[in-house]
Ligand binder design. Structure first.
Ligand SMILES: [Zn+2]
Ligand SMILES: [Zn+2]
Length: 367
């Protein structure tokens, strides 16, 4: 059962031509294939809405539909007259008006030329360091390239005999002239009469392409670099697809990443944290010496401004965060134990300010 045209567009049967146009414009925007690539449901909705609009926007057809429903357009009871319905060739001007020309203009500009080649994806694993410095990587990409011997045409061509070079065939069905992409020439309007011997008429050749790609500083895992026209060659002389290089950053043995900040944990001994010390830390450039002040607590973060990673958008560098971890000894020699016990005896249990504050609050709670 075919859906009711008015319901498809979400309008009353009494809707004015203006309301009709508005409703269709809204749906066409929402479900346009260029906005919903590879979404079969959206495409179906788009076609349904377009078909409904094609009928209801013409007073004669609308009257016939109001009177007889879908039966008005079933020619001799055979099949769906809209089976080959192509909204783009039917209302090109309307789409230009709706979408400002560029969306539909692209599609129209491609008519009469071959299909665009497929996009390719290449997953590239790079060292963490690349996020800091960027790099140039040499890739080898298996793909189809254009056959130069025939300039991608596949050989000598003549006007397609099935469509007379139009790329479309037209069928008359009741009120409608329905256009369909020509099967023989796939809409190009020309057919091969002598195939190129290099590519056997395909117009494309399998190849392993070497390509240098520049990885900008600031990249992160999941960043996609788009190389326009470096995908698969098009068909019948159509434009090539794009190549997407998807970055995977290897982990760093010492750094964690948080956006453009890098974080590293630096363990120090109780004595170092208590007395203060200089520690060697890793940086993006190599190593550096960091001053840890006496009395530094475990978990304390020392922020080195601007020592993090660059940003893809060219904004200021991130920071390096050094997180101090005070390591409590787990094995003590007799002498260390003795000294620690002496230290405890001299200090008393509640000597440090934080400990004292905690015990004060605890006692108040118990009173
Ligand atoms: Zn043809
Ligand atoms: Zn060729």
């Amino acid at each position: 059962m075919k859906a009711d045209y008015y319901e498809t567009l979400g309008i009353e049967r009494s809707a004015s031509p203006d309301e009709l146009k508005k409703a269709y414009r809204k749906l066409a925007h929402q479900f346009h294939p260029d906005k919903n690539p590879d979404n079969a449901e959206a495409e179906a909705r788009f076609k349904e809405a377009s078909e409904a609009y094609a009928v209801l926007s013409e007073p004669e057809k609308r009257a016939a539909y109001d009177h007889m429903g879908h039966a008005a357009f079933q020619a001799g009871g055979g099949g769906d007259p809209f089976a080959g319905f192509d909204p783009f060739s039917s209302f090109g001007d309307l789409f230009n008006e709706f979408f400002g020309g560029d969306l539909f203009g692209q599609r129209r500009g491609q008519r009469g030329r071959g299909r665009r080649g497929a996009d390719l994806r290449y997953d590239l694993e790079v060292d963490f360091q690349v996020a800091a410095t960027g790099s140039e990587e040499a890739l080898r990409i298996p793909k189809h390239k254009r056959c130069e011997d025939c300039s991608g045409s596949g050989g000598d061509r003549e006007t397609c005999s099935a469509c007379g070079g139009q790329g479309q065939v037209f069928l008359q069905q009741g009120f409608f002239r329905i256009s369909r992409t020509c099967d023989r020439c796939r809409g190009v309007g020309q057919q091969l009469c002598r195939a190129c011997s290099t590519c056997s008429g395909d117009g494309r050749l399998e190849t392993m392409q070497k390509l240098n790609v520049r990885i900008p500083p600031g990249v992160d895992t999941g960043v996609r670099l788009r190389l326009t026209g470096e995908g698969e060659a098009g068909y019948d002389g159509g434009p090539a697809g794009d190549l997407y290089v998807v970055i995977h950053l290897r982990e760093h043995p010492l750094f964690e990443r948080d956006d453009s900040d890098i974080i590293c944990e630096v363990p120090v001994s109780i004595a170092q944290a208590t007395l203060g010390c200089d520690v060697e830390i890793p940086t993006l450039e190599g190593t550096d010496t960091l001053k840890v002040r006496s009395g530094t607590q475990s978990g304390a973060i020392i922020r080195l401004r601007g020592q993090g990673l660059p940003r893809l958008d060219g904004g200021p560098h991130g920071d390096q965060l050094v997180q101090i971890f005070v390591e409590v000894p787990t094995k003590l020699s007799d002498e260390q134990r003795e000294l620690m016990e002496r230290f405890a005896a001299i200090s008393g249990d509640d000597v440090s300010p934080r400990r004292k504050g905690f015990m004060d609050k605890l006692r108040r709670l118990l009173d």
